[in-house]
Write a protein that binds this ligand. Structure first.
Ligand code: PLP
Length: 444
């Protein structure tokens, strides 16, 4: 544990900054700051060490400021600060694509780089619609998401996403989107360890949606293998398999949004490998660089890429890309993060530590207001009974108490979500659950 003090006494004027996904007025009345981080801990502006129970925002899988990642970024910044990936190459970017293709489920070996999870999702949706068109099925334009799904904040992502508060301010969104039901049912699933036994049949709702719109109008279905921002909902046994079957039957592409579940979170490189269900497209970000530099990626089936490679050779086959696609700092950070995952065996380590996390969390059963505990790999959730007529209030109180007690968690609805870095050891898990237990005991 890093115990160095880094006390900041002069706080900045808070007015100009419009903070993302934050209750701005409430925060500015009672702000919280961090000023540094190392390994499993943040340093607050008051010089306190705070255990990071959520890998920053589900992203810093190798812990904070890992020396190998830090030096890779520093060296890269002095060597090549920027190039455009439009009509020009940088060898390290191609090497990174090759590395990801090697790790990916077999056949998902075409890699498109973006700068965030939201961009990965919008890119994947565009690939899906455009692919059907280049194959002569331009009428397949509908997209199917899932209730409570989170796919970032682009217009594509919020359209297929299923969190009402992220959608309601923003008009009609994309046309032609529909949603299948979420998989949560506490009456039948509460206190399951890992994948719930009940709920595979919920995937059959996709058949009804296909019947309603006709398969010939649908391009793709997108889901998170584990719906994290929707409350860490673990897929019921057989559910993802069923989605795969229905997509195959009707010629729909299946997209797994693995922005959180990628890079060891579930014990394998990707959740699709852990669950043994292969999608056609995978979206990534977060753990790709262990959060150190923004970067995302889309892995697509090789034959999808091949189908775009037609027509006159001087024409751009897929008119899409970002100024910062394949940015050299991100490329360097991603190579370094993948080195760390490999050299330190972090996916295997996470698999073992995940069992400790799950056991320790389950021991919180019986604490005040706890109505369910879910765990899978290095992901966990403690769901609280909502305060009547005040949804989210109880979890927000828990968040605040955790912060004041030196523990960073994430809350979604009335669920406390946990996602410690893969470097966490037994003592970190013990500290995390001990602090959480104390907070649960003191909830009002
Ligand atoms: N998709 C999923 C499943 C996510 O959890 C997130 C972010 O949490 C995103 C997409 C969006 O990623 P970003 O915030 O990098 O745009």
């Amino acid at each position: 544990m890093n115990t160095s003090k880094n006390v900041m006494t002069d706080l900045p004027d808070l007015q100009a900054y419009w903070m993302p996904f934050t209750a701005n007025r409430q925060f500015k009345r009672d702000p919280r700051f961090v000023v540094g981080a190392q390994g499993m801990y943040y340093t607050t502006h008051e010089g306190e060490q705070m255990l990071d129970g959520v890998s920053g925002l589900w992203c810093c899988a190798a812990g904070h400021c890992h020396p190998h990642i830090v030096s890779a970024i520093q060296e890269q910044a002095a060597k090549l600060d920027y190039y455009t990936a439009f009509q020009m190459g940088y060898p390290r970017t191609f090497e990174l694509a090759n590395r990801l293709a090697e790790m990916a489920p077999e056949g998902l070996s075409s890699v498109f780089f973006t700068n965030s999870g939201s961009e990965s999702v919008d890119t994947a949706l565009k690939i899906a619609i455009a692919w059907h068109r280049v194959r002569g099925e331009g009428q397949r334009v509908r997209l199917i998401g899932r209730q409570t799904g989170y796919h970032g904040v682009g217009f594509g992502g919020i359209s297929v996403g299923g969190i009402s508060s992220n959608r309601k301010l923003f008009g009609a969104l994309l046309a032609g989107v529909d949603h299948i039901r979420h998989t949560k049912d506490l009456e039948r699933q509460a206190w399951s360890r890992g994948q719930p036994e009940w709920g595979a049949h919920l995937a059959d709702e996709l058949e009804e949606i296909v019947a309603l719109h006709d398969a010939s109008t649908i391009a793709a279905v997108i889901v998170e293998p584990i719906a994290c921002s929707g409350g860490v909902l673990i897929p019921p046994k057989g559910y993802l398999e069923r989605l795969r079957e229905i997509c195959d039957k009707h010629g729909l592409l299946l997209i797994f949004d693995e922005v959180i579940t990628g890079f060891g979170r579930t014990g394998e490189a990707f959740a699709s490998q852990t669950f043994g269900v292969k999608p056609d497209i995978i979206t990534l970000a977060k753990g790709l660089t262990s959060g150190a530099v923004p970067m995302g990626a889309v892995l697509a089936r090789r034959d999808i890429y091949d189908d775009f490679m037609q027509g006159p050779e001087q024409l751009i086959e897929f008119a899409h890309g970002y100024t910062y696609s394949g940015h050299p700092l991100a490329v360097a950070a991603a190579h370094a993060a993948l080195d760390v995952y490999e050299d330190e065996g972090l996916f295997e380590r996470g698999r073992e530590t995940g069992k400790l996390l799950g056991d320790a969390l389950q021991a919180l059963k019986g604490k005040p207001y706890v109505i369910d505990i879910r765990d899978f790999g290095m992901l966990g959730a403690v769901e609280l009974e909502p305060v009547p007529d005040k949804p989210t209030a109880r979890a927000q109180e828990a968040f605040r108490l955790c912060f004041d007690n030196g523990l960073l968690v994430r809350t979604t609805g009335d669920t406390i979500a946990l996602c410690p870095a893969l470097i966490a050891d037994e003592s970190h898990i013990a500290e995390l659950v001990e602090k959480l237990a104390r907070v649960l005991d003191s909830l009002s």
